[in-house]
Design a protein around this ligand. Structure first.
Ligand code: ZN
Length: 153
């Protein structure tokens, strides 16, 4: 059954990111460092990032929590590092469409490995785990964007 094979593959991708996190460690200097907390599960994630010329020049995270929250943070950092801020916002939007609005992953073209998180939407409490680092990214982009707008004016 294709669905079972997909589930197994997705579980492996999530566990791989959990066991071998990418972009672990905070960025220095950072334009924004945002703390995310999911009291339902006890997840704590800090996301820091640096923006240069409209791109995410560097992004990193630290934290402790369940495999879903930390794998999601690792996948997020891998996917948006070096990318234009606009692309990061697109990924962020699509991730929320998939997990919160229930849009099918195959209709979303910017997700890459994040498709592995689609099974999470069956469990409302785990959606908060998966979205936690993304909410921190969203706040971080807003904060860093504000800094750059101030400098420009
Ligand atoms: Zn969690």
């Amino acid at each position: 059954m294709a669905a079972a094979v997909d589930d197994e593959l997705y579980r492996e991708i999530i566990l791989d990111h959990y066991r071998h996190p990418r972009h672990r460690g905070l960025v220095d200097p950072a334009d924004a460092t945002v703390h995310g907390h999911n009291p339902l599960c006890g997840d704590e994630v800090d996301v820091s990032l640096r923006i240069r010329l409209g791109h995410i020049e560097a992004i990193g995270f630290e934290g402790q929590g369940c495999s879903i929250s930390l794998a999601s943070a690792s996948m997020m950092a891998s996917l948006v590092a070096g990318e234009p801020v606009a692309q990061a916002r697109t990924v962020l939007h699509q991730l929320k469409q998939m997990l919160v609005e229930g849009t099918a992953a195959e209709d979303l073209d910017a997700l890459g490995d994040l498709e592995a998180l689609q099974g999470v939407r069956r469990y409302a409490s785990r959606v908060k785990c998966a979205v936690l680092p993304w909410n921190a990214l969203e706040s971080g982009l807003a904060e860093a964007g504000g800094i750059h707008e101030e400098r420009a004016s």
